[in-house]
Design a protein around this ligand. Structure first.
Ligand code: BGC
Length: 763
């Protein structure tokens, strides 16, 4: 195989190492550490020269001792003493790098210290760049609602460019955990419940962060699909909780987005906090070595999560810190984040023979190769640009944030076409705790966001209105608490208006890490406010903020229209105004099913059918798979979202409806827009395998296409299905496919009929 005229063999044999290595395009990066083969000579030379303590230092990552703003709150270690100690550690080769500083001058100081060290091994700078850097893009779950991987690639690229300008080499993103339990707070960081959407978003985000010019590009940041693995399967939706997932479900559901991220070239991953069926991921050799490195040939670096190695003790898997170190490194965790355990115990574990030197060398080799790929041996300061602060906010990123914001919005209801609003001749009362709360619209994990407070919803609406004096703004209540006189003020404001926009929902603190909830409804005080306002008889448009699927049954009767806005980031208000006033129609689709009640979770559309499916969800049939109190279907299923057009699914054509073993089945569907406004429709293709040696889900998304359909127009959407699209994890846990009959739907969402047909997969 050649890459830019360089053969892989030449790369392996190269002695001029660093420069050559940093030219390796992403996806073809060197590694070969699994089989213990040598790295380029300069890396082997370094390893030969390193003391055991220096090797342990290369495998030790700490939170930056000097941090700014929100990052300091997330990793609270700042103190002057800690700063000088950290600089000394960098110089002494006791530290591989730091994370979550956006302080370019601090990065420069640390790198200079490392360059004064004995071996001059550059530091690596990591950060949680989750959905933007200075410019905050919609939370990943929201952005996934766009069903537009290319948008996710572009926002990740922009975030990578902004972050790299302060010296950040490595982002702890994307989070690719499939999340099916709305109680879990971290679903907001990922792409939702679906495997295909998760795979496409993982691919796009990795390519976005890493860019197209190779990891050595000063504007590239290496990606870290996390958390490996099954973190989202936490029992009860409780963060950090135990998971017990079969190997089949791991392979079918939780692994694929990771594989997609690695196929896109991600060179790092993070071991998850949770245990899987009795073995914590951080000590799980099967997961990290056999599967990740063995089966998938992953050549990059595995980092623990924050003190994840030390937590093996609390899990009851390790006896003490020394044991935890041994278990983690032997399982395949190359780098220890924040506990300091590797630094403390690796040398003595090697000396006592409990950890072979080759194991430590292998991890050090991986880390040094990553640093070489990032171009850090060529120029340790390549991303540290204190003289270029303007690069921390790129000129086009706010426009991109606005595009991403409007594309992330999902319209759930629009009775009587109350939306779009009119920019003139309509008095609007904006009511609710989110009306002017810019800070909340940033969402969780915004450690570095700039001040874009001018993009709250009130400001966005005013800018779009012909006469801003036609807008009144009233909080009405807090997120969880009533305000004195708040309801009265809101009711007065509603009475004086023609239409009400209620900005309600969850605050940014309701989702994110350690933010699991047992209730997934809008807080009662806000529902009460909504009811009081709706009682005025004025039409109410609800703009929801949320980091999870919500149960909306109590809210719907009081809302003529509902828009799901998640947390939209730096251009939140402007992006929302684009949709509310119809400059751009809503085009987002739910990446997670919205159940009727919290009692249904974990809920996901691609569940199994069971032996007793419910034949009539609308009435209670005894001894069927349903709750006594409610049918077990979503209120708003995965993939759901309305437009301002009037979409109708027309004809479906599958040709002879036979798919030969090596053939392609072409599926053509006609979709009409019978309305008077242009629309963008996400046309979705679902399959069900009627009989298989492993029971198959009721439906699985196999492809989707987002198409623009002008008012009154029709489009034909074409999908191609191949045998590989029908693979599943067979009885032997290997991918398999079996001939037989398949149901196929081309539909506007899961769980609706849309256009239905069947086809045969031939032997
Ligand atoms: C989170 C990770 C994050 C790390 C570093 C942990 O608590 O689980 O997702 O990357 O902290 O901030």
């Amino acid at each position: 195989m050649t890459t830019r005229g360089i053969t892989r063999r030449q790369l392996l044999l190269a002695t001029g190492g660093a420069a050559l290595l940093s030219q390796v395009p992403i996806g073809l990066a060197l590694g070969h550490s699994r089989d213990g083969a040598k790295a380029p000579a300069f890396i082997e030379d370094l390893i030969a020269k390193m003391t055991l303590q220096e090797k342990a230092g290369q495998l030790t990552l700490f939170g930056a001792a000097m941090q700014n703003g929100a990052a300091a709150a997330a990793n609270p270690v700042t103190s002057t003493g800690a700063v000088s100690a950290q600089i000394a550690a960098a110089k002494a080769g006791q530290l591989t790098g730091v994370f979550n500083s956006s302080n370019v001058l601090y990065h420069e100081r640390l790198q200079k210290a490392a360059m004064q060290g004995r071996l001059k091994i550059p530091m690596i700078f990591a950060a949680d760049v989750i959905h933007g850097f200075t410019t905050v893009f919609p939370v990943p779950l929201g952005e996934s609602a766009s069903f537009e991987p290319e948008l996710a690639r572009r926002t990740a690229r922009a975030a990578g460019m902004e972050a790299s300008s302060v010296g950040i080499d490595w982002t702890f993103a994307p989070m690719v955990d499939i999340a099916r339990d709305a109680r879990w707070g971290r679903g907001v960081e990922g792409s939702g419940e679906d495997v295909l959407l998760g795979k496409r978003m993982a691919d796009a985000r990795v390519r976005g962060f890493q860019g197209e010019r190779g990891l050595a590009d000063p504007e590239a940041v290496v990606a870290c699909p996390k958390h490996f693995c099954a973190y989202g399967a936490a029992e009860g939706g409780l963060d950090y909780n135990t998971t017990d997932v079969s190997e089949r479900v791991l392979r079918q559901t939780y692994f694929p987005p990771f594989q997609s991220g690695f196929d896109a070239g991600a060179m790092t991953t993070m071991a998850s906090f949770n245990e899987i069926s009795g073995i914590p991921a951080t000590g799980n050799k099967w997961l990290l070595d056999d599967v990740l490195r063995g089966e998938w040939d992953f050549r990059g670096v595995v980092v623990s999560d924050y003190t994840g190695d030390e937590e093996l003790i609390a899990h009851g898997y390790a006896r003490d810190g020394r044991d935890a170190t041994r278990l983690a490194i032997l399982a395949g965790v190359d780098m220890s984040m924040q506990s300091g355990l590797y630094l403390k115990y690796l040398p003595e574990l090697v000396e006592s023979g409990e950890v072979p030197m080759e194991v430590v060398d292998r991890s050090v080799r991986r880390v040094l190769q990553l640093k070489a790929q990032l171009g850090l041996f060529d120029d340790p300061f390549r991303r540290i640009k204190p003289q270029a602060p303007s690069r921390q906010r790129l000129p086009d990123t706010l426009a991109l944030a606005r595009e991403a914001a409007r594309k992330s919005v999902v319209l759930l209801k629009n009775e009587g076409d109350v939306l779009p609003l009119r920019a003139s001749g309509q008095r609007i009362a904006l009511i609710g705790p989110l009306a002017q709360d810019w800070d909340s619209t940033k969402g969780p994990w915004t450690l570095f966001g700039g001040d874009d407070s001018a993009s709250d919803l009130a400001t966005g609406l005013k800018q779009a209105m012909a006469d801003a004096s036609q807008l009144s703004v009233t909080a009405g209540c807090g997120y969880e608490k009533a305000l004195d006189g708040g309801v009265d003020d809101a009711v007065q404001a509603a009475k004086a208006a023609d239409v009400v926009v209620m900005a309600i929902g969850e605050s940014r603190d309701d989702s994110g890490e350690a933010r699991s909830r047992t209730s997934i409804t809008v807080p009662q005080v806000q529902l009460d406010l909504l009811a009081a306002v709706a009682a005025t008889g004025k039409p109410v448009v609800v703009v929801l903020s949320n980091g999870r699927a919500l149960a909306l049954a109590d809210l719907l009767p009081n809302a003529k229209a509902v828009l799901v806005s998640w947390y939209l980031g730096s251009s939140s208000g402007l992006g929302l105004a684009d949709v509310l006033f119809g400059a751009h129609g809503p085009s987002g689709r739910l990446p997670v099913s919205f159940p009727r009640e919290a009692g249904q979770v974990p809920y996901y559309y691609d569940h199994k059918i069971t032996g007793r499916p419910d034949p009539h969800p609308e009435k209670l049939t005894a001894f069927k798979t349903r709750y006594m109190t409610s049918p077990n279907a979503a209120l708003f299923p995965f993939g759901f979202g309305l437009t301002y057009g009037q979409i109708e699914y027309g004809a479906l054509d599958l040709g002879d409806a036979r798919l030969a073993a090596d053939g392609t089945l072409t599926v053509r569907a006609t979709v009409h827009n019978r309305g008077s406004r242009d629309a963008e429709e996400v046309v979705q293709l679902y399959l069900h395998d009627r009989a298989a040696s492993i029971t198959r889900p009721k439906q699985e998304l196999k492809d989707f296409k987002k198409v623009a359909i002008a008012a009154g127009a029709s489009v034909q959407v074409e999908f191609s299905l191949r045998r590989s699209d029908l693979l599943f994890v067979g009885q032997d846990l290997k991918p398999t496919v079996e001939p037989g009959t398949f149901d196929l739907w081309v539909a506007p969402s899961a769980e609706v009929d849309g256009l239905h047909a069947t086809f045969e997969l031939l032997a």
